[in-house]
Write a protein that binds this ligand. Sequence first.
Ligand SMILES: C[S@@+](CC[C@H](N)C(=O)[O-])C[C@H]1O[C@@H](n2cnc3c(N)ncnc32)[C@H](O)[C@@H]1O
Ligand SMILES: [Zn+2]
Length: 283
Amino acid sequence: MESDLVAVLRCPVCTDGLALDDRTARCSRGHAYDLAKQGYLNLLPSASNGIEGDSAAMVGARTVFLGTGHYAPIRDALILAAGLGEDDVVVEVGAGTAYYLSGVLGTSQRRRGIALDVSKYAARRAAKVDPRIASVVCDAWRELPLVDGAAQVMLNVFAPRNAAEMARVLAPDGRLLVVTPNQQHLAELVDVLGMVSVDEDKERRLRDSLAGEFERVGSEPVEETMFLDRTAVEQLVLMTPSARHLNYRELLQRIAVLPEPAMVTLSVTLSVWRRTSSTHQSP
Ligand SMILES: C[S@@+](CC[C@H](N)C(=O)[O-])C[C@H]1O[C@@H](n2cnc3c(N)ncnc32)[C@H](O)[C@@H]1O
Ligand SMILES: [Zn+2]
């Protein structure tokens, strides 16, 4: 983990800034956090222990599925919408394997990314993906362990949204890019495989969850027909929350009767948000 990135992190106990001393991040009041062997920093307050993020199996499935490139249209749309400068810091909340974050950083070596996730399995993976990314374990529903205005761009892709904290951490002129699934997303698989379906009110819930802190300045659909072989279908299901309640053998039986390749709709909305001027004025 690069020490310049540790400088935008803050202590989850006292909110003082952190600095890296060998393999330990410390604040001026003596709170210390050791870098894990796998390269990530755990900044989860001990009171949050036990909170569930994605399991090792879900992270494994996500790594394999995203590696197939079927979700590349989402990553490409994020790259365009981010419009990054050469020295920008990008924070992804609920980053998973940091697939989108590393894509958005592009080729500039001066850009930096911070991947936040509560799952240590995700954090391990994110720590390995790209040396420009600092991987941090934290709970997105609590105060984020980042200094005010740390990020020029924030990403939130199928992930929890804590509007007040995302607004605090975003630079005043920064942009928040949110990806949410549309009703048609994976529609061909939802009923047949017994997956969790997309809530009809997703759009309203997105607005409600960001209201007061952010205003929407743009929105675009990202749509594609994917042609998935059975392995891709299996990994796609196993990386979602549906993995928690589906019986694996039954899932394989249901996948076995799908045509191969299966035509599956990718349909998400990428929306762009800015902080509302009434909140978090710069000094
Ligand atoms: C559906 S996955 C999306 C991952 C990544 N954005 C992607 O699209 O590949 C949701 C991620 O949010 C993480 N997550 C769930 N609850 C969280 C929380 N309270 N704080 C931080 N991350 C959380 C999970 O561990 C998981 O990696
Ligand atoms: Zn401290």
